[in-house]
Design a protein around this ligand. Structure first.
Ligand code: 26V
Length: 836
């Protein structure tokens, strides 16, 4: 066996070719004569997958033998993007595959484009989970990701009539997915609804009290699909286990006999519904029963899997926290806290307090937003119906928790009301964030300013009760493998050449050595050449794939100004497009003389709006209206100076194209609202500069690159925001004339029928400017002028660009996961034994 297996693992040219041809014939049932590019991609993918699986089995066996504490990363989203190129690069097989296929007349690199993104996430939170898996694998941590295998990922966005977002289903599994392994042997039952027995006192698990028995009324099955994740330059291959819902039993024959065939098919449909669609909301909870079902389905299956693994060790329950750490990626999986308590008390007979102490030592919770409307709350009535036993456990958790608060702060009922996991009111609600805080040993925010707000505002009472140490910061990071090496091979090669090795790919702080060359003439020229190449390639993409209504190619000599991210009021794409209008009006009235001084700009927008988020969709409409008018302006000279592009269907793969081409990117959220941002890190790593507020990770990026002289800062500070909000609301300060003029231009119909926008704009200039666009506006165009001035001096600009990149070492996801491992999980790397 071993000898044959070794044979299968070899990646010399002829083995790769044999494996490729074998997959063409026996996996795809095709021949060289009818093999199109997609078929070639599929065969190549299956061949790469074979390699992955060997290393993956070895890794899992090694973990089983070494038996270290493991961390389980629970996330309802994994925004993976494409896999093939990342895989062969991480496993150092790109050249081998390239050569083997080239000999057969195929260009391996052109096959990458055949792959569809795995888009099982909305934005930052889901992409973060994907970056962390890459880093955990690269650093050989004994980790396992858990998620859901949605049949439909994030919707496909198209722009209708040149202005409105419409959503299309993303049926990404249409042509099967070579990167998953169906585990029909790994399946667990998950129950819903029903009733609770033997719990008369509601004190199950208390000394002398019988455990409760939950009798669910409906069962479905969770079936595992495994996705292997190779580390870079290591043999470790981790696993993401995605659950898919299936009907519990096959067709019930008696329903056939009763002539209830249709009913039984409908039941099957209902079961499969649970994992059918990713909820397309980002930062606004949906409150839908199916979403709660997804969440419970997820944690119920995941905990059965984790506890089955633990039970094989034959250890006492007291050992659980020494073998299992569970990280909750936001509150979405926080029912896991309740489920573990239920399993320990009801199914294994542990006493309540003993079980609860274990639960708290197992879980840790990452908060990703402080926006109040984004905090998940579930109606007690819904929870009671869907998960009756869990609802009682939540009430008990809350009761014991509030008793301990009352002991510390006797008689402070206002505090008890504030801290209660149950929000009283017209409709009782479960505050999932509070449940997550109470059930975890550590809570972290995702950038320093955000973690400070989490501790001092969002969970202030809890920090007072538990002590500040429970609340820590882990600044987000990104994987330099995908976001520099794969996305920007030209820049990666240049950096490797200049540093003399590619060690920076595993130790990103190596980049700091680039600082020494920031003024080096030759290096500067090569650096600029890379950026030029990437801008030309994006211009080409736009020409080919974006509806430009015959406007001609974008000028790749112009400054590329990019804002790509989910559309949300707090991210202020609205302020960006109003700034564009301001600039347009200024250029229109400028003399020929003055125009010679203007830096040509291309404004590039991209991003999806949640389908039900009316204002976000209106902002997309406005961006496109402004775009259509500016790009069609009769003044040809003006059109050379300003151009607007909306790239539809922003995705991981598009990000890999767009980010390396950016000169300046916009991270302009109202201070205190963007938890971290991660695209800011990706842009700077690729030598793009930032314009932004003192928000999220912008603050730390500025520090690490050498201060705000190397980036363009504007706007109010987080500490000022509360006062400013009161000011715009009650005192209505004077609106800046430049801002008024922009609003008037839109209302006058210069960009078509203004009626859809009137409300949104009037709100800004009356008392509804919650995100302080009018307050930050004057300083925003001012900062843009500083951008222009800096760009005119290409030497200075290039120096800034190099220094920006050189300062990014800290923002590697490798550093982030090491922080988690040390500060939160208490786990160590478990590297594979050197292969003989
Ligand atoms: C909430 C919900 C509610 C139910 C429906 C689905 C859904 C999906 C997402 C959310 C909240 C998302 C919070 C979030 O994505 N935060 C982002 O996290 C990034 C990674 O930490 C961070 O960089 C961004 O600043 C932050 O907005």
């Amino acid at each position: 066996w071993n000898k044959i297996r070794k044979d299968c693992e070899s990646v010399d040219t002829s083995s790769i070719q044999r494996s490729f041809v074998n997959h063409v014939y026996s996996t795809l049932a095709r021949t060289p004569y009818n093999l199109d590019e997609f078929g070639a991609y599929q065969a190549a993918a299956h061949s790469v997958r074979d390699q992955l699986i060997h290393k993956w089995i070895s890794t899992q066996q090694h973990f089983t033998r070494s038996n270290p504490k493991r961390v389980y990363y629970l996330s309802l989203e994994f925004l993976m993007g494409r896999t093939m190129q990342n895989c062969v690069i991480n496993m150092d097989m790109e050249e081998a595959y390239s050569k083997a296929l080239r000999e057969m007349g195929l260009a391996f690199e052109t096959l990458y484009d055949q792959e569809t993104d795995a888009a099982l996430g909305n934005g930052g939170l889901g992409r973060l989970a994907a970056c962390y898996m890459d880093s955990l694998a690269t650093l050989d941590y004994p980790a396992l990701g858990y998620g859901l295998r949605y049949t439909y990922g994030i919707f496909e966005q198209r722009i209708r009539n040149g202005e409105d977002q419409v959503e299309y289903p993303d049926y990404w599994l249409r042509f099967t997915n070579p990167w998953e392994v169906a585990r029909v042997d790994v399946a667990y039952p998950v129950g819903f609804y029903g009733s609770v027995h033997n719990d008369s006192a509601g004190r199950a698990g208390q000394p002398g009290q019988p455990a409760a028995r939950w009798e669910p009324a409906e069962f479905v099955q969770a079936v595992a699909y495994d996705v292997p994740i190779p580390g870079y330059d290591t043999d470790t291959v981790l696993n993401i286990r995605l659950w898919s819902s299936k009907p519990q039993r096959q067709f019930d024959l008696s329903s056939f006999n009763d002539g209830e065939y249709e009913k039984s098919v409908a039941e099957k449909q209902r079961a499969e519904n649970i994992t059918s669609v990713l909820y397309p909301n980002d930062n606004t909870p949906a409150g839908k029963e199916l979403r709660l079902k997804q969440q419970y389905f997820f944690v119920c299956a995941t905990l059965q899997d984790i506890l089955r693994r633990f039970s094989k060790l034959n250890l006492p329950w007291s050992e659980l926290p020494n073998k299992v750490g569970i990280q909750l990626n936001d509150t979405h999986p926080s029912l896991g806290i309740v489920e573990l308590q239920r399993v320990l008390v009801d199914e294994h007979g542990l006493e309540w307090d003993i079980a609860w102490a274990l639960v708290q030592r197992v879980y840790a919770y990452t908060n990703h937003t402080v926006l109040p409307e984004a905090l998940e709350c579930w109606p007690v009535s819904l929870m009671e119906r869907l998960l009756p036993r869990h609802m009682r456990i939540i009430f008990d958790i809350n009761l014991y928790f509030l008793r301990s608060v009352e002991q510390r702060f006797p008689g402070d009922y206002e505090r008890l009301r504030r801290m209660s996991i149950i929000e009283e009111g017209h409709q009782q609600m479960v505050r999932m964030a509070y449940l997550a805080v109470v059930g975890s040993h550590t809570v972290n925010g995702v950038a320093r300013i955000h973690s400070d707000l989490v501790r001092s505002k969002l969970f202030r009472d809890f920090a007072e009760f538990y002590g500040d140490d429970k609340f820590v910061n882990i600044t987000n990071g990104i994987t330099p493998r995908r976001w520099l090496h794969v996305a920007n091979p030209q820049l990666s090669a240049l950096i490797t050449k200049r540093l003399g090795s590619n060690r920076w790919l595993k130790d990103l702080t190596e980049l700091s050595r680039l600082k020494a060359f920031a003024d080096d003439e030759d290096f500067q020229q090569e650096w600029r050449q890379v950026k030029r190449t990437r801008k030309e390639s994006l211009a080409e993409y736009i020409q080919k794939h974006v509806d430009t209504a015959g406007e001609g190619p974008v000028n790749s000599e112009a400054l590329f100004d990019v804002q790509v991210k989910r559309i949300h009021e707090y991210k202020r794409q609205l302020m960006n497009i109003l700034g564009v209008v301001h600039r347009y009006l200024r250029i229109k009235e400028a003399s020929a003389e003055e125009r010679r001084d203007i830096v040509p700009r291309v404004f590039i927008f991209g991003g999806k709006a949640a389908p039900g988020y009316h204002t976000a969709k209106l902002i997309i409409k406005l961006i496109n209206r402004v775009k259509n008018v500016i790009n069609a302006d009769p003044d040809a000279e003006l059109r050379k100076l300003i151009r607007v592009v909306y790239i539809p269907n922003y995705s991981v793969t598009l990000a890999e194209r767009i980010i390396p081409a950016s000169d300046i990117s916009e991270h302009i959220s109202t201070a205190g609202t963007e938890a971290s941002g991660t695209s800011n890190m990706k842009f700077v790593l690729n030598g793009g500069l930032l314009i932004g507020t003192r928000d999220g990770a912008n603050v730390e990026i500025a520090e690490h690159i050498g201060g705000w002289d190397l980036a363009f800062e504007f706007g109010a500070k987080a500490e000022e925001v509360d006062d400013l909000r009161n000011k715009v609301r009650y005192l209505r300060p004077e609106i800046h004339p430049a801002f008024r003029r922009v609003v008037e231009a839109i209302k006058s119909g210069q960009f078509g029928d203004s009626s859809p926008f009137v409300n949104m704009l009037d709100r800004l200039v009356s008392d509804g400017d919650y995100y302080l666009i009018t307050v930050d506006f004057p300083s925003y165009p001012e900062a843009q002028e500083r951008v222009d001035a800096a760009y005119k001096d290409q030497k200075k600009w290039t120096r800034m660009s190099i220094e920006n990149c050189a300062g990014m070492g800290f923002f590697s996801a490798d550093r982030s996961v090491q922080d988690y491992a040390k500060k939160i999980w208490g786990i160590n790397p478990c590297p594979p034994p050197p292969s003989k």
